[in-house]
Each structure stands twice: as C-alpha cells, then as structure tokens.
Design a protein around this ligand. Sequence first.
Ligand code: GDG
Length: 492
Amino acid sequence: EYDDADDGGDGRTEPPTEAPESDRPDPDERSITVDEPTGGLTAGLDPVLREQRGTWIAWGDGDADFDVTDDSGCVAVPPEDEAYTLGRVDLSEAAVDGYYYGFSNRVLWPLCHELPHLVDDRPTDLEWYRRVNERFADAVIDHADADSVVWFQDYHFAFAPKLVSEATPRSTTVAQFWHIPWPTPSIFAACPARDQLLTGLLGADLLGFHVDRYVTNFLESVDRFVPAATVDYRQRTVEYDGSKTQVVATPMGVDADSYDREARSAKTDQNPVLEDHDVASETVLGLGVDRLDYSKGILDRLVALERFFERNPAWQGEFTFVQKATPSRTDIPAYERYGKLVREEVERINDRFETDDWQPIVYTEAYLEHETLCGLYRRADVMIVSPLLDGMNLVTQEYVAASVDGTGTVVLSDQAGAHDHLGSHALSIDPTDVEETATQIERALTMAPHERHRRLQTLRTRVFEADLEQWMESQFEWIRRVQTRNRSTVSR
Ligand code: GDG
C-alpha cells in the first residue's frame, strides 16, 4: 500500500495517516495492496518509475509488511509486474515531530512563505531535521550506483543533496525540486543553519523551482551568504566546492486530461457538497479549495467576500461561496489557531447575511473524492485563489482543466506561482487588498460571456500545454544535460 489518500492528492506534503482497520490487509495474508493515486505528484511519478524501473524511497509509517520485503525493507511494486522498488524510511514519533512538524513546518515553511513572525524554532528540531536527512541520504546511497539519477522532492531535504553527492561518484546525478517559494535574502537571513542549508542544496547538480523569482531569490541568497560560491546570474549556475549547480525554473503542471475527463463525466446537479448544504441548482457558485494553511489567504478572502456582499446586496440570495479547507499539520499551534479563526469568520459572515433558504458561505473540511472535486470545479462560476504566497498552486490549473463548459472565471493572487504564467488571463488581485478582491469578484460575476469564454480558452491552452507530463519531461531533459556535463569532468 503506497498511496496516502489524505495528502490532498499530491502524495507529498503530509505525513502518512493510519488506514482504517477495515482497509488494512490481514497480517496473515502477507500481501501488498496498491491504491492508485488520483492526481498530483504521486500520480505523475508512478508511470515514470514504472518505465525507468527505479527505486522510490519514501517515508514509511513503521507498518511495512516485512515478510514481503527484502532485507533492506524494500518491496517491488506494483505486484502484477514489479516495475520498481519502493523503499521506506521508518521514522519514530519523535523524529516526525522534530523533522516534519518541527524544522520543516515551523521554520522552513513560514520563512519560505515570507511570514517570519510565525517561525517557531524549538531547540532540537534542527537536529532532527539533520538526522532524518542523513537517514534518507544513507538509504539513497545504499541504492545508488555510479550512473544513478537521484531526485529529491522538496524542502524536507535541504541537507541530503550534499550528503549524497559527497558519498557517490561524480557520474551520479543529484537533482532537487523545491516546491515552495524561495524567500528574498533579507527574509532568508534569519534562517537557522542558513549557510549549511544553502551549501546542502548546492550538493545538487540541478536545483528546480517553479518560477523565475524564486530562482533569483535563491541565487541572491547564495551570493550573499556563501562567500566561497561563484554565482553566474546569466547562466543560472553556482560553482562551489569544486562542483556546479544548475538552477532552473520549471513550473509544475497538472494532469489536465484527467481533470477534463473526470469533470465531463461528473454529475454537476448531484454534487454531495451542494446537496448536503441545500445549495439550489440556480445559485451562482464561487469556490475555494485549499489546505487549511495560513499561507493560503483564506481569512482575507472571507473578509473580501463580506465586503462583496455588503457592496452588492443584489447578489445576496443569488451567490454562494463554497470553501473546501483540508485540515493540515494540525499539531502545529499556528495551524490550529488559523483553523479556529477561519471557522469563526465563516460563522460570523453567515450569521450576518444568511436567510432561511440561503447561506452566503458553505464551508467543509471533508475529504472530497476526485470525482466530487472535479464536479465542483466544473459547476463553479468563479474560482478564488488568494494565497499570500504560494510556490505554484495546482488548484488554479485543476479548475481551469475541469472548466469544460467554457464558463469559469479565475480570481488569482499575484503572489501565486501560477500567476506568473496565467495571471494576465485571470482576474489579478493583491490577496491582502480586500476592496480590490471584492471588486474582482464582482467583475468576475458580471463579465460578458464572450470575454469569460476568451479568457478561459487561453487559460486552458496554457494549462494543457504545460501539463504534468511536460513538467516531468523538462526535469529529465535538464537532468540529461547536467549528466552529460558531469561525465565530461573528472571524478569527485
Ligand atoms: C505545495 C505548494 C505547489 C485539496 N483538497 C482535496 C484535494 N486537494 C488537492 C488539490 C491539489 C492539492 O490538494 C493542493 O495542491 P496545491 O498546489 O494547491 O497546494 P499545496 O498542498 O500547498 O502544495 C504549492 C505544490 O506543492 C506542488 O508543487 O503548487 O504551491 O505549497 O491537487 O486538488 N484533492 C481531493 N480532495 C480534497 O478534498 N481529491
């Protein structure tokens, strides 16, 4: 069993959760079950690994069925054709707390989202982060050979590239993709172990970000804090300690075909979320889909909706906003506080405007099946994406891909990575500007059909052209380039 359905579909950001008792394989059967991921990174990596026959090393929950694994705790998946190897690194509760809920998400996440006042640097978290990076690096080194390509995902592994590159020959290629923003050097200045984090990442031959501004911020941070490094801004390379890191902006896409397909087959008049909240079929619908995270700007969005209803009484009773918020990292006080504030704000706004047969805001934290989510995307007239800062924001692209009727409009924060490529055809907002957001919501709802259609078609073209497969291809194309460069230089 290698899919984590509660991760919101991207298979990456959340720790493994316990499967319900009834879903677990009977320990006596000693078999492997495989859940097909429905979208996101996990779904994108799976076919690549099947083709490459590689090894995927992932965080295990200590529940691996060791009778079907080899001595190193690895298992061949999927069972029907054993295409690749899944290796697990099991972590203790203390390690998860210090590494994941600690340094990764109490320090790196808020810093990279330029919210330094939310950093909560507890005494042993950095040490746990270092130790878990070492454990993953050791697991990689055990599996890597001279010609291996090693690809790390995300901010949970800033030290690992250096550890792996030091322990493997020059011909082993180490790549890393950083899925969240890289902050300005003046914000990054406050990061604990700042210089080691940078030199850890400089162990990679290839370092990817979603968009140019994060690449620039990273290069400037290296320039400022690693004096021994030589930064070439034009080539986007850093030379340090005898090796070169190529830094690239490769914006991640979604599996657009699958969102389009699922949306076309969804019953828009029978969506469980709308049925559960008695939303009438003629109601004009707005939608927000986010992890319940302070970086997603949900609170500012709610206040903007309140302003919208205040300024446009004619829309009261006609327009409902559905907010899907997926609880996330709830063990961290800043997340718990934010969730409470969001729920209170929804209640306050609903109390202010609701009538016997209409609710301005429908709020749900329930996990939505892929089909339900795609049905909501298709049914929604306006999607509001208003993060304070967001590496990319896949939801924007999923909505566009699922808007198969040509009627959807996107209100999009200029602080989302997605804005760099889609912003000029969405309705752009400063997410903290409540008045502007209210105006853009109004504009979205009153836009002439031909303009709505034209904007959406351009967005759809972009999202389908720059999809998940294309992102994978561009990553591997860059990997091939740095591989060629490495092979032409002397061994490490
Ligand atoms: C990080 C970066 C970057 C959510 N609720 C449900 C559900 N989801 C899915 C969405 C989407 C995913 O979760 C969220 O992805 P985002 O990109 O919006 O945001 P993060 O989780 O913060 O992801 C971000 C991303 O990494 C990739 O690099 O874009 O900037 O922060 O796929 O659909 N899916 C289902 N039910 C839900 O209830 N099925």
